[in-house]
Design a protein around this ligand. Structure first.
Ligand code: FAD
Ligand code: NAI
Length: 515
Protein backbone atom coordinates (compact mmCIF):
# COMPACT_ATOMS: atom_id res chain seq x y z
CA UNK A 1 0.00 0.00 0.00
CA UNK A 2 1.05 3.56 -0.75
CA UNK A 3 2.47 5.27 2.36
CA UNK A 4 0.29 8.10 3.76
CA UNK A 5 1.84 11.52 3.06
CA UNK A 6 3.30 13.19 6.14
CA UNK A 7 1.60 16.18 7.77
CA UNK A 8 4.30 18.54 6.55
CA UNK A 9 3.99 17.33 2.97
CA UNK A 10 0.21 17.74 3.11
CA UNK A 11 0.54 21.30 4.38
CA UNK A 12 3.08 22.02 1.68
CA UNK A 13 0.72 20.66 -0.99
CA UNK A 14 -2.13 22.84 0.26
CA UNK A 15 0.11 25.90 0.43
CA UNK A 16 1.23 25.24 -3.14
CA UNK A 17 -2.38 24.84 -4.35
CA UNK A 18 -3.38 28.03 -2.58
CA UNK A 19 -0.49 30.01 -4.08
CA UNK A 20 -1.25 28.59 -7.50
CA UNK A 21 -4.94 29.51 -7.23
CA UNK A 22 -4.13 33.00 -5.90
CA UNK A 23 -1.74 33.57 -8.82
CA UNK A 24 -4.42 32.51 -11.32
CA UNK A 25 -6.95 34.72 -9.50
CA UNK A 26 -4.57 37.71 -9.58
CA UNK A 27 -3.84 37.28 -13.30
CA UNK A 28 -7.58 36.94 -14.04
CA UNK A 29 -8.42 39.99 -11.92
CA UNK A 30 -5.69 42.07 -13.64
CA UNK A 31 -6.83 40.96 -17.09
CA UNK A 32 -10.44 41.80 -16.26
CA UNK A 33 -9.44 45.28 -15.00
CA UNK A 34 -7.38 45.96 -18.12
CA UNK A 35 -10.31 44.89 -20.33
CA UNK A 36 -12.75 46.95 -18.26
CA UNK A 37 -10.58 50.08 -18.47
CA UNK A 38 -10.27 49.68 -22.25
CA UNK A 39 -13.98 49.06 -22.82
CA UNK A 40 -15.95 51.51 -20.69
CA UNK A 41 -19.74 51.76 -21.01
CA UNK A 42 -21.34 54.27 -23.39
CA UNK A 43 -21.34 57.74 -21.84
CA UNK A 44 -24.25 60.11 -21.96
CA UNK A 45 -24.27 63.90 -22.13
CA UNK A 46 -25.34 65.49 -18.85
CA UNK A 47 -28.44 67.69 -18.68
CA UNK A 48 -27.40 71.26 -19.66
CA UNK A 49 -29.77 72.66 -17.03
CA UNK A 50 -27.73 71.11 -14.24
CA UNK A 51 -25.22 73.19 -12.30
CA UNK A 52 -21.75 73.72 -13.75
CA UNK A 53 -19.03 72.35 -11.51
CA UNK A 54 -15.57 73.58 -12.49
CA UNK A 55 -12.57 71.69 -11.11
CA UNK A 56 -9.11 73.24 -11.33
CA UNK A 57 -6.14 70.87 -11.41
CA UNK A 58 -5.57 67.18 -12.13
CA UNK A 59 -3.50 66.32 -9.07
CA UNK A 60 -4.21 64.20 -6.03
CA UNK A 61 -7.08 66.31 -4.69
CA UNK A 62 -8.98 66.94 -7.93
CA UNK A 63 -8.59 63.41 -9.29
CA UNK A 64 -9.75 61.82 -6.01
CA UNK A 65 -12.82 64.05 -6.26
CA UNK A 66 -13.41 63.03 -9.89
CA UNK A 67 -13.07 59.37 -8.99
CA UNK A 68 -15.83 59.63 -6.38
CA UNK A 69 -18.10 62.11 -8.19
CA UNK A 70 -21.29 60.99 -9.94
CA UNK A 71 -20.74 63.17 -13.01
CA UNK A 72 -24.37 62.77 -14.13
CA UNK A 73 -25.41 65.23 -11.41
CA UNK A 74 -23.45 68.21 -12.76
CA UNK A 75 -21.94 69.70 -15.89
CA UNK A 76 -18.36 68.95 -14.97
CA UNK A 77 -15.53 71.00 -16.47
CA UNK A 78 -11.92 70.16 -15.59
CA UNK A 79 -9.13 72.67 -16.26
CA UNK A 80 -5.44 71.92 -15.86
CA UNK A 81 -2.22 72.71 -17.73
CA UNK A 82 -1.35 69.01 -17.28
CA UNK A 83 -3.56 66.52 -19.13
CA UNK A 84 -2.56 63.70 -16.79
CA UNK A 85 -2.52 62.68 -13.16
CA UNK A 86 0.96 62.19 -11.71
CA UNK A 87 1.70 59.62 -9.01
CA UNK A 88 4.25 61.81 -7.16
CA UNK A 89 5.46 59.23 -4.57
CA UNK A 90 7.37 57.40 -7.30
CA UNK A 91 8.70 60.55 -9.01
CA UNK A 92 12.16 60.34 -7.34
CA UNK A 93 12.56 56.88 -8.98
CA UNK A 94 12.11 58.50 -12.42
CA UNK A 95 15.18 60.72 -11.97
CA UNK A 96 17.47 57.72 -12.30
CA UNK A 97 15.41 55.57 -14.63
CA UNK A 98 14.40 52.97 -12.02
CA UNK A 99 10.91 53.75 -13.27
CA UNK A 100 10.05 55.26 -16.66
CA UNK A 101 8.07 58.47 -16.30
CA UNK A 102 5.05 57.36 -18.35
CA UNK A 103 4.45 54.49 -15.95
CA UNK A 104 3.32 56.90 -13.23
CA UNK A 105 1.19 59.15 -15.45
CA UNK A 106 -2.50 58.53 -16.09
CA UNK A 107 -4.19 60.54 -18.88
CA UNK A 108 -7.04 62.59 -17.51
CA UNK A 109 -9.10 61.90 -20.62
CA UNK A 110 -8.96 58.18 -19.81
CA UNK A 111 -10.09 58.95 -16.25
CA UNK A 112 -13.02 61.04 -17.53
CA UNK A 113 -13.93 58.42 -20.15
CA UNK A 114 -14.52 55.97 -17.32
CA UNK A 115 -17.27 58.13 -15.81
CA UNK A 116 -20.98 57.51 -16.44
CA UNK A 117 -21.69 61.00 -17.82
CA UNK A 118 -19.28 62.92 -20.02
CA UNK A 119 -17.22 65.76 -18.57
CA UNK A 120 -15.27 68.46 -20.38
CA UNK A 121 -11.51 68.87 -20.09
CA UNK A 122 -9.51 71.96 -21.11
CA UNK A 123 -5.73 71.78 -21.11
CA UNK A 124 -5.15 75.28 -19.83
CA UNK A 125 -3.97 77.27 -16.87
CA UNK A 126 -6.50 79.12 -14.76
CA UNK A 127 -5.03 82.61 -14.62
CA UNK A 128 -7.60 84.29 -12.37
CA UNK A 129 -10.83 83.65 -10.52
CA UNK A 130 -13.54 86.27 -10.20
CA UNK A 131 -15.68 85.25 -7.21
CA UNK A 132 -18.21 88.09 -7.81
CA UNK A 133 -18.95 87.29 -11.47
CA UNK A 134 -18.37 83.55 -10.81
CA UNK A 135 -16.01 83.05 -13.74
CA UNK A 136 -12.55 81.55 -14.16
CA UNK A 137 -10.20 83.02 -16.75
CA UNK A 138 -8.17 80.33 -18.51
CA UNK A 139 -5.22 80.45 -20.92
CA UNK A 140 -3.71 77.82 -23.18
CA UNK A 141 0.00 78.20 -22.51
CA UNK A 142 1.06 75.10 -24.44
CA UNK A 143 3.48 75.30 -27.38
CA UNK A 144 0.81 75.00 -30.05
CA UNK A 145 -1.70 77.81 -30.01
CA UNK A 146 -5.02 77.98 -31.83
CA UNK A 147 -6.90 81.10 -32.90
CA UNK A 148 -8.36 81.23 -29.36
CA UNK A 149 -6.03 80.73 -26.48
CA UNK A 150 -7.74 82.67 -23.72
CA UNK A 151 -11.31 82.60 -22.50
CA UNK A 152 -13.61 82.56 -19.48
CA UNK A 153 -15.60 79.72 -17.93
CA UNK A 154 -18.63 80.52 -15.79
CA UNK A 155 -19.25 78.29 -12.78
CA UNK A 156 -21.98 77.57 -10.26
CA UNK A 157 -19.59 75.62 -8.07
CA UNK A 158 -15.79 75.78 -8.16
CA UNK A 159 -13.17 73.44 -6.72
CA UNK A 160 -9.62 74.76 -6.54
CA UNK A 161 -7.02 71.99 -6.49
CA UNK A 162 -4.03 73.67 -8.13
CA UNK A 163 -1.41 72.43 -5.65
CA UNK A 164 1.64 74.50 -4.79
CA UNK A 165 4.82 75.65 -6.46
CA UNK A 166 8.43 75.24 -5.36
CA UNK A 167 9.62 77.37 -2.47
CA UNK A 168 12.85 79.27 -3.11
CA UNK A 169 12.49 81.85 -0.30
CA UNK A 170 13.80 84.42 -2.78
CA UNK A 171 17.32 82.95 -2.50
CA UNK A 172 19.34 84.39 -5.40
CA UNK A 173 20.29 81.99 -8.18
CA UNK A 174 17.98 79.11 -7.21
CA UNK A 175 15.57 79.43 -10.15
CA UNK A 176 18.38 79.98 -12.66
CA UNK A 177 20.74 77.18 -11.63
CA UNK A 178 18.94 74.37 -9.84
CA UNK A 179 16.54 71.62 -10.78
CA UNK A 180 13.30 71.16 -8.83
CA UNK A 181 11.58 67.82 -8.28
CA UNK A 182 7.84 68.30 -8.58
CA UNK A 183 6.81 67.56 -12.15
CA UNK A 184 7.63 64.93 -14.77
CA UNK A 185 9.72 67.49 -16.71
CA UNK A 186 11.85 68.06 -13.60
CA UNK A 187 12.60 64.33 -13.26
CA UNK A 188 13.50 64.10 -16.96
CA UNK A 189 15.79 67.12 -16.67
CA UNK A 190 17.56 65.65 -13.63
CA UNK A 191 18.03 62.28 -15.37
CA UNK A 192 19.61 64.03 -18.34
CA UNK A 193 21.83 66.23 -16.18
CA UNK A 194 23.19 63.37 -14.05
CA UNK A 195 24.52 61.64 -17.13
CA UNK A 196 25.69 64.93 -18.66
CA UNK A 197 27.77 65.57 -15.53
CA UNK A 198 29.22 62.03 -15.65
CA UNK A 199 30.02 62.16 -19.39
CA UNK A 200 31.54 65.66 -19.09
CA UNK A 201 33.63 64.54 -16.13
CA UNK A 202 34.87 61.61 -18.24
CA UNK A 203 35.91 63.94 -21.07
CA UNK A 204 39.53 63.59 -22.16
CA UNK A 205 41.88 65.84 -20.23
CA UNK A 206 39.29 67.05 -17.72
CA UNK A 207 41.06 68.64 -14.72
CA UNK A 208 40.84 66.82 -11.35
CA UNK A 209 39.09 69.82 -9.69
CA UNK A 210 36.53 69.91 -12.47
CA UNK A 211 35.93 66.14 -12.22
CA UNK A 212 35.30 66.56 -8.49
CA UNK A 213 32.86 69.41 -9.10
CA UNK A 214 30.98 67.65 -11.91
CA UNK A 215 30.67 64.42 -9.95
CA UNK A 216 29.35 66.26 -6.90
CA UNK A 217 25.54 66.00 -6.71
CA UNK A 218 24.11 68.42 -4.17
CA UNK A 219 20.57 68.14 -2.79
CA UNK A 220 19.16 71.05 -0.79
CA UNK A 221 16.33 70.19 1.63
CA UNK A 222 16.30 67.22 3.99
CA UNK A 223 12.53 66.68 3.79
CA UNK A 224 11.23 63.43 2.26
CA UNK A 225 11.72 64.69 -1.33
CA UNK A 226 15.42 65.44 -0.74
CA UNK A 227 16.08 62.23 1.22
CA UNK A 228 14.31 59.95 -1.28
CA UNK A 229 16.11 61.56 -4.21
CA UNK A 230 19.52 61.32 -2.51
CA UNK A 231 18.86 57.62 -1.80
CA UNK A 232 17.82 56.90 -5.39
CA UNK A 233 20.86 58.76 -6.71
CA UNK A 234 23.29 56.81 -4.55
CA UNK A 235 21.63 53.52 -5.66
CA UNK A 236 22.04 54.57 -9.30
CA UNK A 237 25.69 55.23 -8.69
CA UNK A 238 26.38 51.99 -6.78
CA UNK A 239 24.41 49.72 -9.10
CA UNK A 240 25.10 51.23 -12.52
CA UNK A 241 27.37 54.25 -12.92
CA UNK A 242 30.19 52.65 -10.91
CA UNK A 243 30.28 49.66 -13.28
CA UNK A 244 30.00 51.69 -16.46
CA UNK A 245 32.43 54.53 -15.68
CA UNK A 246 34.87 52.90 -13.23
CA UNK A 247 37.79 55.29 -13.86
CA UNK A 248 36.10 58.38 -12.41
CA UNK A 249 33.58 56.68 -10.13
CA UNK A 250 35.58 57.17 -6.87
CA UNK A 251 34.96 60.91 -7.31
CA UNK A 252 31.14 60.58 -7.33
CA UNK A 253 29.60 62.12 -4.21
CA UNK A 254 26.12 62.99 -2.99
CA UNK A 255 25.67 65.76 -0.40
CA UNK A 256 22.39 66.47 1.36
CA UNK A 257 22.09 69.95 2.85
CA UNK A 258 19.50 70.71 5.53
CA UNK A 259 18.98 73.93 7.50
CA UNK A 260 17.51 72.18 10.56
CA UNK A 261 19.46 69.95 13.01
CA UNK A 262 18.15 66.78 11.35
CA UNK A 263 16.55 65.36 8.21
CA UNK A 264 12.94 64.08 7.91
CA UNK A 265 11.59 66.19 10.80
CA UNK A 266 8.09 64.66 10.47
CA UNK A 267 9.35 61.18 11.46
CA UNK A 268 10.02 59.92 15.00
CA UNK A 269 13.45 60.39 16.60
CA UNK A 270 14.34 56.67 16.19
CA UNK A 271 13.62 56.79 12.47
CA UNK A 272 15.49 60.07 12.02
CA UNK A 273 18.57 58.47 13.61
CA UNK A 274 18.11 55.31 11.56
CA UNK A 275 17.79 57.35 8.35
CA UNK A 276 20.83 59.49 9.05
CA UNK A 277 22.95 56.43 9.91
CA UNK A 278 21.79 54.58 6.80
CA UNK A 279 22.50 57.58 4.56
CA UNK A 280 25.99 57.89 6.08
CA UNK A 281 26.60 54.16 5.52
CA UNK A 282 25.62 54.72 1.91
CA UNK A 283 28.38 57.40 1.85
CA UNK A 284 25.95 60.28 1.45
CA UNK A 285 27.39 63.37 3.10
CA UNK A 286 24.72 64.94 5.36
CA UNK A 287 25.24 68.58 6.22
CA UNK A 288 22.65 69.61 8.79
CA UNK A 289 22.36 73.09 10.38
CA UNK A 290 23.51 74.38 7.01
CA UNK A 291 21.37 76.98 5.29
CA UNK A 292 21.92 77.79 1.64
CA UNK A 293 21.99 81.55 1.10
CA UNK A 294 23.05 81.95 -2.52
CA UNK A 295 23.45 79.82 -5.61
CA UNK A 296 25.78 80.44 -8.53
CA UNK A 297 26.18 78.37 -11.69
CA UNK A 298 28.89 76.18 -10.15
CA UNK A 299 28.58 76.46 -6.35
CA UNK A 300 26.21 77.02 -3.46
CA UNK A 301 27.05 79.39 -0.66
CA UNK A 302 25.77 78.26 2.71
CA UNK A 303 25.85 79.35 6.34
CA UNK A 304 26.82 76.61 8.79
CA UNK A 305 25.81 76.93 12.47
CA UNK A 306 28.63 75.56 14.63
CA UNK A 307 28.01 73.86 18.03
CA UNK A 308 29.49 76.90 19.84
CA UNK A 309 26.84 79.13 18.26
CA UNK A 310 29.10 80.77 15.69
CA UNK A 311 28.22 80.86 12.02
CA UNK A 312 30.55 80.14 9.16
CA UNK A 313 30.10 80.83 5.45
CA UNK A 314 31.11 77.93 3.17
CA UNK A 315 31.18 77.43 -0.59
CA UNK A 316 30.21 74.04 -1.99
CA UNK A 317 30.94 73.41 -5.69
CA UNK A 318 28.45 71.18 -7.52
CA UNK A 319 27.80 69.54 -10.88
CA UNK A 320 24.08 68.94 -10.32
CA UNK A 321 21.97 70.87 -7.83
CA UNK A 322 18.50 69.67 -6.84
CA UNK A 323 16.38 72.07 -4.83
CA UNK A 324 13.75 70.43 -2.59
CA UNK A 325 12.84 72.91 0.13
CA UNK A 326 9.06 72.50 0.17
CA UNK A 327 6.05 74.42 -1.08
CA UNK A 328 5.09 78.00 -1.88
CA UNK A 329 1.68 79.47 -2.75
CA UNK A 330 0.77 79.72 -6.45
CA UNK A 331 0.09 83.21 -7.94
CA UNK A 332 -3.56 82.37 -8.74
CA UNK A 333 -4.16 81.57 -5.06
CA UNK A 334 -2.39 84.73 -3.88
CA UNK A 335 -4.55 86.70 -6.30
CA UNK A 336 -7.76 85.06 -5.07
CA UNK A 337 -6.96 85.77 -1.41
CA UNK A 338 -6.81 89.49 -2.25
CA UNK A 339 -10.35 89.34 -3.70
CA UNK A 340 -12.01 87.74 -0.66
CA UNK A 341 -12.13 89.87 2.49
CA UNK A 342 -12.10 86.83 4.82
CA UNK A 343 -8.82 85.64 3.23
CA UNK A 344 -6.83 88.80 3.77
CA UNK A 345 -4.63 87.14 6.44
CA UNK A 346 -4.15 83.87 4.53
CA UNK A 347 -0.45 83.51 3.72
CA UNK A 348 -0.07 79.78 3.14
CA UNK A 349 -3.08 79.16 0.90
CA UNK A 350 -6.85 79.34 0.94
CA UNK A 351 -8.27 79.05 4.45
CA UNK A 352 -11.15 76.56 4.35
CA UNK A 353 -13.80 75.52 6.87
CA UNK A 354 -14.49 71.93 8.01
CA UNK A 355 -16.45 71.27 4.81
CA UNK A 356 -13.51 72.59 2.73
CA UNK A 357 -15.49 75.66 1.67
CA UNK A 358 -13.16 78.60 1.09
CA UNK A 359 -13.87 80.97 3.95
CA UNK A 360 -15.72 84.07 2.83
CA UNK A 361 -17.38 82.27 -0.11
CA UNK A 362 -20.39 79.96 -0.55
CA UNK A 363 -19.58 78.24 -3.81
CA UNK A 364 -15.79 77.76 -3.85
CA UNK A 365 -14.08 74.75 -2.28
CA UNK A 366 -10.34 74.07 -2.04
CA UNK A 367 -8.40 70.81 -1.69
CA UNK A 368 -4.82 69.69 -1.29
CA UNK A 369 -1.67 71.77 -1.08
CA UNK A 370 -3.43 75.05 -1.94
CA UNK A 371 -5.90 74.69 0.94
CA UNK A 372 -5.15 75.49 4.57
CA UNK A 373 -7.18 73.04 6.61
CA UNK A 374 -4.65 72.37 9.37
CA UNK A 375 -3.00 69.32 7.78
CA UNK A 376 0.40 68.67 6.15
CA UNK A 377 0.65 69.19 2.39
CA UNK A 378 0.65 65.52 1.42
CA UNK A 379 -0.97 63.31 -1.21
CA UNK A 380 -2.72 61.43 1.58
CA UNK A 381 -4.45 64.59 2.82
CA UNK A 382 -5.26 65.84 -0.69
CA UNK A 383 -6.83 62.55 -1.79
CA UNK A 384 -8.91 62.20 1.37
CA UNK A 385 -10.13 65.78 0.90
CA UNK A 386 -10.99 65.08 -2.74
CA UNK A 387 -12.91 61.93 -1.83
CA UNK A 388 -14.79 63.85 0.88
CA UNK A 389 -15.85 66.53 -1.63
CA UNK A 390 -16.93 63.86 -4.13
CA UNK A 391 -19.25 62.36 -1.49
CA UNK A 392 -20.43 65.82 -0.42
CA UNK A 393 -21.35 66.83 -3.97
CA UNK A 394 -23.11 63.51 -4.62
CA UNK A 395 -25.09 64.12 -1.44
CA UNK A 396 -25.91 67.69 -2.40
CA UNK A 397 -27.25 66.51 -5.75
CA UNK A 398 -29.29 63.75 -4.10
CA UNK A 399 -30.70 66.27 -1.62
CA UNK A 400 -31.79 68.58 -4.44
CA UNK A 401 -33.40 65.70 -6.35
CA UNK A 402 -35.24 64.49 -3.23
CA UNK A 403 -36.41 68.01 -2.37
CA UNK A 404 -37.70 68.55 -5.90
CA UNK A 405 -39.56 65.23 -5.83
CA UNK A 406 -41.08 66.01 -2.42
CA UNK A 407 -42.25 69.37 -3.73
CA UNK A 408 -43.75 67.75 -6.80
CA UNK A 409 -45.58 65.12 -4.72
CA UNK A 410 -46.78 67.70 -2.20
CA UNK A 411 -48.33 69.87 -4.87
CA UNK A 412 -50.03 66.77 -6.34
CA UNK A 413 -51.28 65.92 -2.89
CA UNK A 414 -52.97 69.32 -2.66
CA UNK A 415 -54.62 69.09 -6.09
CA UNK A 416 -55.71 65.45 -6.36
CA UNK A 417 -57.05 63.18 -3.75
CA UNK A 418 -56.96 59.87 -5.75
CA UNK A 419 -53.40 58.63 -5.04
CA UNK A 420 -52.84 60.72 -1.94
CA UNK A 421 -52.02 57.77 0.33
CA UNK A 422 -49.28 56.53 -2.02
CA UNK A 423 -47.86 60.03 -2.43
CA UNK A 424 -47.85 60.63 1.31
CA UNK A 425 -46.04 57.33 1.81
CA UNK A 426 -43.40 58.27 -0.78
CA UNK A 427 -42.94 61.68 0.81
CA UNK A 428 -42.40 60.08 4.18
CA UNK A 429 -39.81 57.71 2.75
CA UNK A 430 -38.01 60.52 0.90
CA UNK A 431 -37.96 62.69 4.02
CA UNK A 432 -36.44 59.86 6.03
CA UNK A 433 -33.77 59.37 3.37
CA UNK A 434 -33.16 63.12 3.20
CA UNK A 435 -32.47 63.28 6.90
CA UNK A 436 -29.73 60.69 6.48
CA UNK A 437 -28.29 62.33 3.35
CA UNK A 438 -28.21 65.78 4.95
CA UNK A 439 -26.35 64.45 7.96
CA UNK A 440 -22.90 64.92 6.41
CA UNK A 441 -20.12 64.93 8.97
CA UNK A 442 -17.34 67.52 8.55
CA UNK A 443 -14.06 66.47 6.95
CA UNK A 444 -11.74 64.61 9.27
CA UNK A 445 -8.32 63.47 8.11
CA UNK A 446 -7.33 59.95 9.01
CA UNK A 447 -3.54 59.61 9.06
CA UNK A 448 -2.43 56.23 7.75
CA UNK A 449 1.26 56.90 8.34
CA UNK A 450 4.38 58.20 6.61
CA UNK A 451 6.68 56.22 4.38
CA UNK A 452 9.97 57.16 2.76
CA UNK A 453 12.60 55.35 0.70
CA UNK A 454 16.13 56.00 1.98
CA UNK A 455 18.29 54.06 -0.52
CA UNK A 456 20.03 50.65 -0.65
CA UNK A 457 16.67 48.87 -0.62
CA UNK A 458 15.69 50.28 2.78
CA UNK A 459 12.73 52.40 3.77
CA UNK A 460 11.33 53.99 6.93
CA UNK A 461 7.69 53.89 8.01
CA UNK A 462 5.75 55.59 10.78
CA UNK A 463 2.39 53.89 10.44
CA UNK A 464 -0.81 53.74 12.47
CA UNK A 465 -1.13 50.24 13.88
CA UNK A 466 -4.28 49.22 15.79
CA UNK A 467 -4.61 52.07 18.26
CA UNK A 468 -0.96 52.94 18.35
CA UNK A 469 1.98 53.78 16.11
CA UNK A 470 4.57 51.53 14.54
CA UNK A 471 7.97 53.01 13.68
CA UNK A 472 10.06 50.72 11.54
CA UNK A 473 12.92 50.84 9.08
CA UNK A 474 14.94 48.43 6.93
CA UNK A 475 14.60 45.95 4.09
CA UNK A 476 11.23 44.52 5.16
CA UNK A 477 9.88 48.06 5.40
CA UNK A 478 11.18 48.56 1.87
CA UNK A 479 9.02 45.63 0.68
CA UNK A 480 6.10 47.19 2.53
CA UNK A 481 6.90 50.58 0.89
CA UNK A 482 6.90 48.97 -2.55
CA UNK A 483 3.65 47.06 -2.05
CA UNK A 484 1.92 50.08 -0.45
CA UNK A 485 2.81 52.37 -3.36
CA UNK A 486 1.98 49.70 -5.90
CA UNK A 487 -1.48 49.28 -4.43
CA UNK A 488 -1.94 53.08 -4.42
CA UNK A 489 -1.07 53.49 -8.13
CA UNK A 490 -3.97 55.02 -10.03
CA UNK A 491 -4.77 52.23 -12.48
CA UNK A 492 -4.02 48.60 -13.26
CA UNK A 493 -2.05 49.88 -16.25
CA UNK A 494 0.19 51.98 -13.95
CA UNK A 495 0.65 49.03 -11.60
CA UNK A 496 1.71 46.65 -14.39
CA UNK A 497 4.09 49.23 -15.91
CA UNK A 498 5.74 49.98 -12.56
CA UNK A 499 6.30 46.26 -11.86
CA UNK A 500 7.77 45.80 -15.33
CA UNK A 501 10.09 48.81 -14.79
CA UNK A 502 11.29 47.45 -11.45
CA UNK A 503 12.04 44.08 -13.03
CA UNK A 504 13.68 45.70 -16.06
CA UNK A 505 16.04 47.91 -14.04
CA UNK A 506 16.93 44.98 -11.78
CA UNK A 507 17.64 42.62 -14.69
CA UNK A 508 19.31 44.94 -17.21
CA UNK A 509 20.39 47.89 -15.06
CA UNK A 510 19.11 51.43 -15.46
CA UNK A 511 19.28 52.96 -18.91
CA UNK A 512 22.09 55.52 -18.87
CA UNK A 513 21.60 56.83 -22.41
CA UNK A 514 21.04 60.57 -22.43
CA UNK A 515 17.99 61.59 -24.49
P1 FAD B 1 -0.92 68.42 -7.16
O1 FAD B 1 -0.95 66.95 -7.08
O2 FAD B 1 0.38 69.13 -7.18
O3 FAD B 1 -1.81 68.86 -8.39
C1 FAD B 1 -2.01 70.19 -8.74
C2 FAD B 1 -2.67 70.22 -10.10
O4 FAD B 1 -3.05 71.55 -10.43
C3 FAD B 1 -1.75 69.76 -11.22
O5 FAD B 1 -2.48 68.99 -12.12
C4 FAD B 1 -1.31 71.07 -11.86
O6 FAD B 1 -0.95 70.92 -13.21
C5 FAD B 1 -2.58 71.87 -11.71
N1 FAD B 1 -2.42 73.33 -11.78
C6 FAD B 1 -1.37 74.08 -11.38
N2 FAD B 1 -1.62 75.38 -11.62
C7 FAD B 1 -2.84 75.45 -12.16
C8 FAD B 1 -3.65 76.52 -12.62
N3 FAD B 1 -3.25 77.77 -12.57
N4 FAD B 1 -4.86 76.22 -13.15
C9 FAD B 1 -5.30 74.94 -13.22
N5 FAD B 1 -4.58 73.89 -12.80
C10 FAD B 1 -3.37 74.15 -12.26
N6 FAD B 1 2.78 62.93 -0.44
C11 FAD B 1 2.50 61.79 0.24
O7 FAD B 1 1.51 61.78 0.98
N7 FAD B 1 3.26 60.67 0.10
C12 FAD B 1 4.34 60.64 -0.72
O8 FAD B 1 5.03 59.62 -0.82
C13 FAD B 1 4.66 61.81 -1.45
N8 FAD B 1 5.73 61.82 -2.26
C14 FAD B 1 6.03 62.96 -2.94
C15 FAD B 1 7.15 62.97 -3.77
C16 FAD B 1 7.49 64.11 -4.46
C17 FAD B 1 8.70 64.10 -5.35
C18 FAD B 1 6.70 65.28 -4.33
C19 FAD B 1 7.06 66.52 -5.09
C20 FAD B 1 5.60 65.30 -3.51
C21 FAD B 1 5.26 64.14 -2.80
N9 FAD B 1 4.16 64.11 -1.95
C22 FAD B 1 3.84 62.95 -1.27
C23 FAD B 1 3.33 65.29 -1.78
C24 FAD B 1 2.12 65.23 -2.73
O9 FAD B 1 2.55 64.99 -4.04
C25 FAD B 1 1.33 66.53 -2.71
O10 FAD B 1 0.97 66.83 -1.39
C26 FAD B 1 0.09 66.36 -3.57
O11 FAD B 1 0.48 66.25 -4.92
C27 FAD B 1 -0.86 67.53 -3.41
O12 FAD B 1 -1.97 67.28 -4.21
P2 FAD B 1 -2.76 68.50 -4.91
O13 FAD B 1 -3.92 67.92 -5.61
O14 FAD B 1 -2.99 69.58 -3.94
O15 FAD B 1 -1.71 69.10 -5.93
P1 NAI C 1 9.65 69.80 3.22
O1 NAI C 1 9.00 71.09 3.47
O2 NAI C 1 9.11 68.59 3.86
O3 NAI C 1 11.19 69.89 3.55
C1 NAI C 1 12.00 70.93 3.07
C2 NAI C 1 13.26 71.01 3.92
O4 NAI C 1 14.12 71.98 3.34
C3 NAI C 1 12.98 71.45 5.35
O5 NAI C 1 13.45 70.47 6.24
C4 NAI C 1 13.72 72.78 5.47
O6 NAI C 1 14.31 72.96 6.74
C5 NAI C 1 14.78 72.67 4.38
N1 NAI C 1 15.24 73.98 3.89
C6 NAI C 1 14.47 75.05 3.57
N2 NAI C 1 15.24 76.06 3.13
C7 NAI C 1 16.53 75.63 3.18
C8 NAI C 1 17.78 76.23 2.84
N3 NAI C 1 17.86 77.47 2.37
N4 NAI C 1 18.90 75.50 3.01
C9 NAI C 1 18.84 74.22 3.48
N5 NAI C 1 17.68 73.62 3.81
C10 NAI C 1 16.53 74.30 3.65
O7 NAI C 1 9.65 69.66 1.61
P2 NAI C 1 9.53 68.37 0.67
O8 NAI C 1 10.46 67.31 1.06
O9 NAI C 1 9.61 68.89 -0.71
O10 NAI C 1 8.05 67.87 0.92
C11 NAI C 1 6.92 68.68 0.62
C12 NAI C 1 5.66 68.00 1.15
O11 NAI C 1 5.45 66.78 0.45
C13 NAI C 1 5.77 67.64 2.62
O12 NAI C 1 4.52 67.82 3.24
C14 NAI C 1 6.11 66.18 2.61
O13 NAI C 1 5.60 65.50 3.73
C15 NAI C 1 5.43 65.69 1.34
N6 NAI C 1 6.21 64.57 0.81
C16 NAI C 1 6.02 63.35 1.39
C17 NAI C 1 6.77 62.28 0.98
C18 NAI C 1 6.58 60.97 1.65
O14 NAI C 1 5.69 60.82 2.47
N7 NAI C 1 7.38 59.97 1.32
C19 NAI C 1 7.76 62.38 -0.11
C20 NAI C 1 7.91 63.74 -0.61
C21 NAI C 1 7.14 64.77 -0.16
Amino acid sequence: PKPKPGKLRKTFRWAWRLTYLSAIGLVGFTAYNIYDDRHPDEQYEPDPNKKTLVILGTGWGSVALLKKLDTENYNVVVVSPRNYFLFTPLLPSCTTGTIEHRSIMEPVRAILRGKKAAAKFYEAEATSIDPDRKVVRIADNSEIKGATSETEIPYDMLVVGVGAENATFGIPGVREHSCFLKEIGDAQQIRKKIMDCVETAAFKGQTPEEIDRLMHMVVVGGGPTGVEFAGELQDFFEEDIKKLVPDISPRFKVTLIEALPNVLPMFSKTLIDYTENTLREEKIDIKTKTMVKRVTDKAVEAEVSRPDGTKERVEIPYGLLVWATGNAVRPIIKDLTTKIAAQKDSRRGLAVNEYLVVQGTRDIWAVGDCAVAGYAPTAQVASQEGTFLGKLFNNMAKTENHEARIQELSSKLNIESGNSAEAAQEIELLERQLKKIRDVKPFKYSHQGSLAYIGSEKAVADVSWWNGNLATGGSLTYLFWRSAYLSMCFSTRNRVLVIVDWLKSKAFGRDVSRE
